[in-house]
Design a binder for this molecule. Structure first.
Ligand code: GTP
Ligand code: SPV
Ligand code: MN
Length: 596
């Protein structure tokens, strides 16, 4: 018998000191009827046994042990390769509380739909109970949850992405409360797939997908959708943001949180290596998080942030020695790769990595160049512990979090939006975030490259009405608050020839330097109706060469274009009806008038 599935359900139902947890596990077991229940302790022995089991049944394929020790390839079902926004629901009693930004169902209907799917779905399978903590185990900003799943791949990923196992269970027993997440891969049938949230019950039910944010319930479901809801009532923020520390030559470190939509550059910015000249001068970037940021005001009025995650579930394509050397070093060992291609000698490979030729594509077929389709799935990913990252910040485990000096919003905008601008104050900054637009990416199913509004990069992740969310953001501006400055960036502006005008990646440091110098009052800017833009001479562009087109488009301000944009922003805000905070409408009107 399998070492991991020895315990009978009846015996296992009493495994925690917390009656509420035991009762929930027993209730779920009665519904899903697994063959056995395994309570995860997070130990190496447990992980080794799970990995061995997955290697034996083909769930994991061992990669080249010399180049990539203890690393694995997982091929997900070809119809299960990304988040599914059209199948993701927020179930609040009132539809208005979920808002036009969410798909909604009455909670009773949501439960009925999900429980019918879960009925008997774990027959013949092991049910894993995963106690986890989002954030450092000893941090007052952290929150705990328990995910029940029938996927050992999910267990192995949750072990990397969260603090999972015995210490988390101990905290849950101490606190007496936890977010409940129930997950089954079901039949992996897209027609029997839903990701359902019940914020008032701190409950998640996810069926029919084994992929990323659909299945690793600590990540987007808990740390963003449920947490954003909790954060609103408790006075903090749960955001789709990276966190980095920028150390200057004087040895001072400023912390920056940045919200970019999925597959728009968070991992890359969080692990940035400064251009050579900057490195020589002593600049350094420290990585705290690459996807999610929880922050709340400290006693001194500043916002303090933690990364609730313990690992990176990062986009593989585009990751290379030139674009992101820190990520590449991070994933040389002890990494789970999902849906990448492999080379003839069984090394992981993806588009943009290097000039080698892949042998087998992400589906497991011989790679055929003549088809012109990518060998790795565009949303292929690596799962790896943050501790393996060479730039991982010593402050990343600080239970108090780090004080944030600047908040950055940004998206993929081929036209109109310049490289960077600064909001004039908090309310303007909230509008800048609320008005964000970006072209869709392969991180979710559906068309790629379609421009849509993605406020604060939270369109797929805000667990309640965006109008209330914007009010919540505005509410941080109160006496005694020492709020960060807010900026907007666009690394993705294109020229008439369709090429990116800004080199991006390491050179993004030049923009971060300007931001921090704006915070400390050392850099200049030009005031425009949309905010403060750097003059070309305010930014260090030494060593970069720009033609006139690049200069105009990266640093210029297109009044007529912005007038049309602000009209569209006004219409977007109006779509939220009377719940939209007046202050935001006023900001939009103030700028519209200045543009006219
Ligand atoms: P999620 O994990 O989906 O939330 O994404 P992310 O925001 O962490 O995105 P990531 O950093 O993984 O970047 C996604 C893609 O954008 C990769 O293919 C990168 O190579 C590319 N990218 C990142 N930064 C830049 C940049 O500065 N310029 C350009 N042109 N591309 C970039
Ligand atoms: C994203 O899509 O923003 C991700 C990947 O970070 S997932 O975990 O699938 O949500
Ligand atoms: Mn993300």
């Amino acid at each position: 018998m399998n070492k991991l599935s020895q315990n009978a359900p009846a015996k296992d139902a009493g495994r925690s000191k917390l009656a509420a947890l035991n009762a929930w596990v027993a209730e779920v077991a009665a519904l899903t009827r697994p063959d056995s229940i395994h309570w995860c302790d997070g130990s190496d022995a447990e992980n080794d046994a799970l990995i061995a089991q997955m290697e034996a049944d083909g769930t994991l394929i061992r990669l080249n042990t010399e180049t990539h020790p203890r690393s694995w390839l997982h091929r997900s079902h070809p119809d299960d390769v990304a988040r599914v926004e059209h199948l993701t629901f927020v179930c609040t009693p009132q539809q208005d509380d979920a808002g036009p930004n969410n798909h909604w169902m009455p909670p009773a209907d949501g439960h009925a739909k999900m429980d019918a799917l879960f009925d008997g779905c774990m027959a013949g399978r092991t049910m894993y109970v995963i106690p986890y903590c989002m954030g450092p185990i000893d941090s007052p900003l952290s929150r705990c949850g328990v995910e029940i799943t029938d996927s050992p791949y999910v267990v192995a990923n949750m072990r990397i992405m969260t603090r999972m196992g015995a210490p988390s269970l101990a905290r849950i027993e101490r606190e007496g409360s936890f977010v409940k997440g129930l997950h089954s891969i079901g039949e992996l049938d897209p027609n029997r797939r839903f990701i359902m949230h019940f914020p008032e019950e701190l409950t998640i039910k996810s069926y029919g997908s084994g992929y990323g944010g659909n299945a690793l319930l600590g990540k987007k479901c808990h740390a963003l959708r449920i947490a954003s809801y909790q954060a609103k009532s408790e006075g903090w923020l749960a955001e789709h943001m990276l966190i980095l520390g920028l150390e200057n030559p004087q040895g001072e470190t400023h912390y920056i949180a940045a919200a970019f939509p999925s597959a728009c550059g968070k991992t890359n910015l969080a692990m940035l290596i400064p251009p050579e000249g900057y490195r020589k001068d002593g600049w350094k970037v420290w990585t705290i998080g690459d996807d999610i940021c929880w922050m709340r005001p400290g006693a001194d009025g500043r916002l303090y942030a933690i990364n609730p995650e313990a690992g990176f579930f990062g986009v593989a394509p585009g990751t290379s020695q030139t674009s992101n050397p820190n990520a590449l070093k991070t994933i040389q060992h002890d990494t789970i790769f999902t849906n990448v291609a492999v080379t003839g000698d069984n090394q992981p490979w993806w588009e943009g990595l290097d000039k080698r030729e892949p042998a087998i594509d992400w589906r497991g077929n011989d790679y055929d160049f003549s088809k012109g389709t990518p060998a790795a799935h565009p949303n292929s990913r690596f799962t790896v512990s943050a501790k393996q990252c060479p730039s991982y910040s010593p402050k990343a485990e600080d239970p108090q979090g780090v004080p944030i000096s600047a908040i950055v919003f940004g998206g993929r905008r081929a036209s109109l939006v310049p490289l960077v601008f600064e909001a004039r104050d908090w309310a303007h900054g909230v509008l800048v975030g609320a008005a964000m637009g970006s072209e869709t990416t392969a991180a979710a199913t559906g068309a790629v490259g379609v421009m849509r509004r993605d406020p604060m990069a939270m369109k797929p992740f805000c667990g309640y009405n965006f109008a209330d969310y914007f009010s919540h953001w505005l509410s941080f501006d109160k006496p005694g608050a020492k709020l960060p400055k807010i900026f907007h960036v666009n690394w993705f502006r294109k020229g008439d020839d369709g090429r990116f005008l800004w080199p991006g990646f390491g050179d993004n440091l030049r923009v971060l330097e300007w931001m921090i110098k704006r915070v400390t009052g050392e850099a200049g800017a030009q005031e425009t109706p949309i905010g403060n833009l750097p003059n070309v001479e305010d930014l260090n562009v030494a060593g970069l060469e720009f033609g006139n087109e690049a200069r105009d488009k990266l640093f210029g301000f297109d009044q007529a274009g912005w007038r049309a944009e602000f009209e569209s922003i006004g219409e977007y805000l109006d779509g939220y009806g009377p719940r939209m905070p007046q202050l935001l409408r006023k900001e939009q009107q103030r700028i519209t008038e200045a543009l006219n």
